[in-house]
Design a protein around this ligand. Sequence first.
Ligand code: PMP
Length: 358
Amino acid sequence: MSWENNIRKVVPYVPGEQPRERNVIKLNTNENPYPPSNAIKTALAATDIGSLRLYPDPAAGDLVEAVADVYGLKKSEVFVGVGSDDVLAMLFMTCFHSGKPILFPDITYSFYDVWADLMEIPYEKQPLDENFCIRAEDYLKPNGGIVFANPNAPTGEFLALSEIEKIVAGNPDSVVICDEAYIDFGGESALPLIHKYDNLVIAQTFSKSRSLAGLRIGFAMANEKLIKYLNDVKYSFNSYTMNRTVISIGAAAVRDTGYFKNCCKRIMETRERAEEEFRNLGFRFRKSSANFIFVSHPKVPAEEIFRYLKEHKIYVRWFNKPRISNYLRVTVGTDAEMANLFACLRTIPGIAEESGEA
Ligand code: PMP
């Protein structure tokens, strides 16, 4: 007998690399290339350092109110957490408690199966079709809950709201989590559906479209009964997840909608140009609705391109997983970063030939 027999053993989620060296082009974790709103500076300057001796508001009321105002909701319909990872983990803990298998796509955010394993929630992965699209009918079978990302990650594929509605309407006995981490880059949010279906919850984040991955803020939006259950679990786990500084500067940032919309627009414009460049270099991909493009090259293996770019200090994401091991997920950076990426790709022999530049 050893104490180790009593340990909860898990295979952890592996986040994308955060290189410590400077002067790298970082297109591997879908961060925003633009700085966050200037409203943060003002809010930070107004921070009362003396107040840090006090615990924060466990309900993070100012931040919840700001999100509710921006999305036209009641405060009771909003929940905030430490990044959407925290929000999603709380949702899994709260909503997937039936003992029946939950459903999610075979290719999706790789944290879903990690949380399910950690919390001993059974699951059944549903294969995406040959274009990496979700088939709504795969989710119309007995289940203990459903979670999917829209747009999906790492594919960037957007699922139409009519398909989402089929899934939500067809599962009145399950909670459906729609993870909209990348929704602001051209997709259409399923948020209006929360007023029609009480089993739908939307998760979003400040990490991508609001340039605040370092601050760690995510939020969920659903009917107030579901949000109440979520808060009950959160208060039973850790009452003070959001600190005072994050609550106040996060609230200021989310209210600056003009700046955020402009950043998203710039990223979408760069994405269009980048898609054109990838096409010229012979890459295959489907139209992205996110701030990344999921590409594959017919001649040069993804792993080779990944290593070559890394040697040249350009980081993109390669997943050594079934069905997608010959793909790269490339975050949309600034125009200058993308120009560097394409210049480097053109120096790879198989790619240069494809572009007619060999
Ligand atoms: N959902 C998806 C689909 C993601 O790609 C990510 C980013 N890794 C997250 C949620 C979590 O992001 P964050 O915790 O920074 O909000």
